[in-house]
Design a protein around this ligand. Sequence first.
Ligand code: GLU
Length: 284
Amino acid sequence: MTFTTRFAPSPTGPLHLGHAYSALLAYDMARAANGVFHLRIDDIDQSRARPEWEAQIFDDLSWLGLSWPSPVLRQSDRVPRYRDALKTLWDQGLLYPCSCSRADIRAAASAPQEGAPLHGPDGLVYPGTCRPASPPSGPMPDAVMRLDMARALARLTHPLCFHETGAGPDGTTGEIHPLDMLQTVGDVVLARRDMGASYHLSVVIDDADQAITHVIRGRDLFDATQIHVLLQRLLNQPTPAYHHHRLIRDDTGKRLAKRDDARAIATYRAEGCTQADIRMKIGL
Ligand code: GLU
């Protein structure tokens, strides 16, 4: 199988040194393995994606010396594909519509009988307000839908795990514990009304359709990987190897964010930095 990886930025702001590290690491690993490096545009959230940021991504990555096959896959073109995958889960009785607002969830999760509210990869763990006692039937609604985690985990016939070639946050590898998932992840949102599908669903479908063998991305996404591996199993898709890499931090030790314009690649370019300077700054 050809080593195939991808860099999947969201065009919601400038690429910074952390993105440069992720993209260059994936590119270098693909090259070393005689493999393929894809650029993918994670623009499923159309309320935040901007064409000018997308153009800047292409420009910055080319300037860094990267190249990739065309056409580039763009999530906003693939909503019908994501809806098909959702339908597969709906037909298995694993999804249910949810009408809770963030405030509803906050209120329900902090009710005294619930104990201390738990935070998972997507924020507060859903307290289950809209979860039905038995799976809903009929046509799939155009609504926010959550995965019934308990029901999904009960479907598994063998343990969930993945091959980690980097390192988890505390050096853990790819073991996944269903009970932990139930308590610390819970019923994640897979269908969003404004954009058809959530990040977790779209990333799994895209990786499968692009035959990605190695997902190389930051440790900040480590906790999301268990959700992706579960979805791969439920949708009958292969699980790639995962390489979660260290995060690039600023001088105070804080992880870089999109709003850190000071460390945007475009800023360094404007100041006359070379590609080699960038590689040196991020230790590559
Ligand atoms: N689009 C995601 C981000 O910019 C990355 C998704 C992934 O690598 O799985 O954080």
